[in-house]
Design a protein around this ligand. Structure first.
Ligand code: C5P
Length: 218
């Protein structure tokens, strides 16, 4: 099949990116981390002091932003911001950024451009519901907020980012709330998505499960 699309959605810390990367490698799919794209816009708005409640400022920002993705490098207007977009500072405003309609429209268009006609796996919140509603496979990963906070804290430690369990848990709960109650493309399981609870599964177990689903369809 020349065109093959896997949609992986779910809340923060449910294992989307880890699993998507493994499955991408196994089946030679292009991997697209759509959350990183929202993070790039959030980072730009912080750097430039853009008022996200001001429509004109948001429109101007969208005209001035150029997003390039080169493997696992995220390039914003020619500068590699892969590290900067993962900081708690960006994390704290990304859900607000992602709730703005014009920002979503621009990024969804870009995601469709990147994915069309290819063999891809995309992770995000609205891939199976909005970006590629006809994806060949839709997976919805879930895990308890406590488990997700533990995972995120471990990632922060590995990256040398300072944080603590309670603030990570609070931030995850707050993002869950904003992402699933917003008007524009809220986080929700597509009707035809397969739900996998990763709370008590190892990375290998989840990856094997998703790989088996890909194998049946590819
Ligand atoms: O996946 P990650 O946690 O990096 O995503 C950051 C934020 O970007 C999410 O909390 C959500 O607000 C937003 N997002 C989204 N739609 C996507 C991917 C991410 O709204 N497809």
């Amino acid at each position: 099949m020349s065109n093959f699309i896997v949609a992986v959605d779910g809340p923060a810390g449910s294992g989307k990116s880890t699993i998507s990367k493994l499955v991408a490698e196994k089946y030679k799919l292009t991997y697209l981390d759509t959350g990183a794209m929202y993070r790039m816009v959030a980072f730009y708005s912080l750097e430039k002091g853009v008022d996200l409640d001001n429509t004109a400022e948001v429109e101007l920002m969208l005209k001035n932003i150029n997003i390039d993705i080169d493997g696992d490098k995220f390039i914003l207007n020619g500068v590699d911001v892969s590290h900067e977009i993962r900081t708690p500072r960006v994390t704290s405003i990304v859900s607000k950024t992602a709730s703005i309609r014009s920002i979503r429209e621009k990024l969804v268009e870009l995601q469709r451009e990147i994915g069309s006609g290819k063999r891809v796996i995309l992770d995000g919140r609205d891939i199976g519901t909005v970006v590629f509603p006809n994806a060949h496979l839709k997976v919805f990963l879930v895990a308890s907020p406590e488990e997700r906070a533990k995972r995120r804290l471990k990632e922060y430690k590995e990256k040398g980012i300072k944080s603590d369990y309670n603030s990570v848990l609070e931030s995850i709960k707050e993002r869950d709330h904003i992402d699933s109650t917003r008007k524009e493309s809220p986080l929700k399981k597509a009707e035809d998505a397969i739900e996998v609870d990763t709370s008590f599964l190892s990375i290998k177990e989840v990856s094997d499960k998703i790989s088996a689903l890909v194998r049946e369809r590819i």
